[in-house]
Design a protein around this ligand. Structure first.
Ligand code: IFM
Length: 798
């Protein structure tokens, strides 16, 4: 079943059928003023934090789904019929009501066509603004004059603290103070208290937002949800809309809402326009300023163009033209936009993450940078430095860093039981990736504080991460599992050991040696790291191989995980892939391990995290047993890990398999069978249900996932094969043999590279020659060209 299509030219996904299997959502705004919007205008808005700054309501996981949102109701004054400018919430029959939703880069346009009235609303947040705009046109396509009464609707939170608004009703129902100033709604709470704009964590303080209209005269309002909707009614049939008249209610308790009423008359063929603005601040001040600023609606259009250009320019740092349209749709827009939103909102704001998780989880955040390094290196640097200051002096990392409350040098060191064994080791992926993208070698020497005490260069921070893993190693010489080791469901404890993190440690040591060699004056460091690497390799050789694949872990009593000896979880994916790109294993072991992955774990919908699932294993040993078989960490297709699998196969040069794996979880590849995956065919998700469950193929938890970043990283750097390196742009594609040619445009350190790759002999991997501006170059690494230059690159594979 197909619900929409990719409009690649405009970088939009167009939903033509609004009755999608799940809500298909998009993100508006920035990390100051953020918003979620669905294909039916459901969603919510928040300021800086979803947990502490949520000021409109969405009822999560509710029936009907994705309500409330940003609604515009239309009531025909003559016929008394009414509908909404998005299919929901009134939901007119789809044979009479046509709708289109265009999700784009931080904007969503929703149009409706019903009863000869066509509307088109563009929802977006202008750049650097603390308000959102709903820019609407209404057109009469009929032959008679129409008088339309229109009503906006947003449902406000009483308290900006999402949890209090939802749960602490004996408090939150008594703090609302709504008013209307010159036609602008003032949504206020705790007005007897002072405002503390710089203290987001303090929930008991005065807060203000506004809702105003431009281009129409406000003739009425409701600010009480109870008055607008009426008892025992719903968003589908509010009493005010049915009557065609608001009651000018002013909520001084209970549930506030934002309804402005206005009237539009339209001659046949006539079109009118208006805009609604909702934002942070007081109606009488910020509200008035915004409404006055946009009195000329043309200014809205220029703000919209600026916003679109901003995002498009970020995503045009790399663009591809390949023989596969699904790949192009994802790599040129959605894979990047998905990675950007994941970077910005971590795991806090979506239709599933309801704001309970405030703060940046260490491991996820450090990985999230990899997919956006090329697009927003300045913002990555800021976030990376923040995370480095979340590492404590012992080398471990704080599990969560709270950007608004983090105080480097003054944070308590987590107790040994609180550490995750993998957290700080992800810096070996992110830090070199940042330096390779920017060329800023001095970054390694930049001094930054530790979270708890002291300070050091970033290079020394990296060394401490290695020391931490080495110090907390167990009987087989592998890092201890601690609270978790990427897999939150493996609780190996203080003495149990993780082979996965052993491979991460190997990758870290190898990377550390490369950095020290590059910086030239660190002979002692190289000697130390080489010796540690040799010890680790010996232990890996002796204790990590299970005959055909690598073990996953050892419990403290010696019990193996991921071994043929186990009836459940006898093979795990992560140790096979990481054995390849930590480069520990022999070629035979690598091939055997990755073949075992193909045999035991690969399915049509992606590769399972482990198999067989856990049913009888004690859940205190493997918490995956908490989930039904085939779900999440219990043998689902955990999408975060797919990128590693693609990378491992590409390193082995097996282009067909790497590409098959890539396509098996590529959202766009499911566009014409969207009922299988159910979620948005333009975004990645946390997991896809595997063959051990009756709903195989259904996917869950779209948008905010490490899958986005690793899928983009794997495709752009290992399939397309354009890898930033310290001294240039390395080219090493690994593609299906049938790809006879493809093009890439890459911005790198200020220069443009227009790369044409041809594959005349239909190989998977191998570069025969490269010409830069007509001159043959040695090797596979393009030099750094002059900033501003435009360079033509011809690559021949063979
Ligand atoms: O790696 C974790 C991640 O940090 C949070 N979600 C689950 C993943 C796998 O357990």
């Amino acid at each position: 079943m197909q619900y929409g299509y990719f409009d690649d030219k405009n970088k939009e996904y167009v939903i033509e059928r609004p009755d999608t299997p799940t809500s298909w959502s998009n993100y508006l705004g920035s990390t100051r003023y953020g918003a979620i919007i669905t294909n039916n205008a459901g969603g919510y808005s928040f300021f800086k934090s979803v947990a502490q700054g949520r000021f409109t309501r969405l009822r999560f996981n509710a029936v009907p789904m994705d309500q409330a949102g940003r609604y515009i109701y239309i009531h025909d004054a003559d016929t008394k019929d009414y509908w909404s400018a998005s299919w929901q919430p009134v939901a007119k029959p789809l044979d009479e009501y046509k709708s289109e939703c265009r999700h784009g880069s931080a904007y969503t346009k929703i149009s409706s066509d019903y009863s000869d009235i066509a509307t088109n609303t563009n929802f977006f947040v202008p750049l650097d603004s603390d308000y959102e705009c709903w820019r609407t046109t209404v057109k009469n396509n009929g032959a008679t004059k129409r008088t339309l009464k229109m009503f906006t609707y947003v449902e406000y939170g009483c308290n900006w603290n999402a949890n209090d608004d939802l749960n602490n009703l004996q408090y939150s129902q008594y703090i609302t103070d709504m008013s209307v100033v010159d036609g602008i709604i003032s949504h206020a709470s705790n007005t007897n208290l002072p405002e503390m704009p710089d203290n987001l964590e303090e929930k008991d303080q005065a807060r203000y937002t506004f809702l105003g209209a431009v281009g129409v005269e406000v003739t009425g309002y409701d600010t009480s949800r109870e008055a607008f909707i009426g008892p025992y009614r719903s968003y589908a049939n509010p009493i005010a809309v049915e009557k065609g008249e608001c009651s000018n209610s002013l909520a001084k308790a209970g549930n506030p809402c934002g309804t402005l009423q206005f009237e539009i008359t339209l001659e046949p063929g006539e079109e009118k326009e208006f805009a609604i603005f909702m934002g942070i601040g007081r109606a009488e001040k910020e509200g008035k300023q915004v409404v006055e600023k946009f009195a000329n609606l043309d200014l809205i259009d220029s703000e919209f163009e600026k916003l679109k250009n901003y995002w498009h320019s970020k995503m045009s740092q790399m663009s591809v033209q390949t023989p596969d349209g699904d790949v192009d749709s994802m790599l040129n827009m959605w894979s990047q936009f998905n990675s950007l939103m994941t970077f910005f909102w971590s795991r806090a704001a979506s239709l599933v993450y309801s704001g309970a998780r405030d703060g940046l989880g260490y491991r996820d955040t450090v990985q999230d940078m990899l997919g956006v390094m090329h697009a927003i290196p300045e913002l990555v640097q800021e976030r990376l430095e923040l995370m480095i200051t979340g590492q404590v002096a012992s080398g471990g990392a704080m599990p969560v860093v709270k950007p608004f409350a983090h105080k480097p040098g003054f944070e308590p060191e987590p107790s040994p039981e609180e550490f995750r064994s993998d957290d700080a080791l992800w810096l070996f992926n992110a830090v070199p990736a940042y330096v390779k993208e920017t060329g800023d070698l001095d970054f390694y020497k930049k001094v930054l504080p530790y979270a708890d005490k002291g300070q050091d260069t970033i290079l020394a921070h990296l060394r401490r991460a290695l020391e931490f893993s080495i110090k907390y190693s167990g009987a087989h010489g592998f890092p201890c599992g601690m609270l978790a080791d990427w897999n939150d469901c493996l609780e190996l404890g203080q003495q149990g050991e993780t082979v996965f993190v052993a491979f991460q440690l190997r990758y870290g040591l190898k990377t550390y040696i490369e950095i020290c060699q590059l910086l030239e004056t660190y002979e002692d460091e190289i000697t130390w790291a080489v010796a540690e690497l040799a010890k680790l390799d010996k232990n890996l050789h002796e204790h990590a191989w299970d005959g055909e694949w690598f073990l996953r872990a050892y419990r403290d009593d010696g019990l193996k995980f991921g071994s043929k000896e186990n009836d459940e979880g006898s093979i795990f994916l992560n140790t096979q892939t990481w054995a390849v790109f930590s480069d520990h294993a022999s070629q035979e072991e690598k091939v055997s391990a990755m073949d075992a992955v193909h045999r035991e774990l690969a399915t049509d919908y992606g590769i399972m995290l482990c198999a067989p699932p856990f049913v009888n294993t004690d859940y205190k040993v493997v918490r995956a047993a908490l989930f039904n078989p085939g779900l999440k960490e219990n043998a689902a297709i955990f999408t975060h890990t797919q990128g590693w699998t693609i990378m491992a196969e590409a390193i082995l040069g097996r282009g067909e398999r790497a590409f098959d794996y890539y396509k098996s979880t590529l959202p766009a590849a499911y566009n014409d069978r969207a009922e299988v995956r159910q979620i948005e065919p333009y975004v990645y998700c946390q997991s896809t249900i595997s063959k051990f469950h009756p709903q195989e193929g259904a996917s869950r938890l779209p948008w905010l996932t490490g899958a986005a970043t690793w899928a983009y990283y794997a495709a752009s750097q290992y399939i397309i094969g354009i890898q930033p390196d310290y001294n240039g742009l390395s080219i090493d594609p690994c593609v299906p043999a049938k790809w006879d040619k493809f093009q890439v445009e890459r911005q790198f350190r200020g220069a443009t590279y227009q790369i044409s790759v041809s594959n005349p002999n239909g190989v998977n991997k191998g570069v025969a020659s490269i010409k830069l501006n007509g001159e043959a170059i040695e090797g596979q690494c393009l030099p750094v060209c002059a900033s501003g230059s435009n360079n033509k690159v011809e690559v021949i594979m063979s």
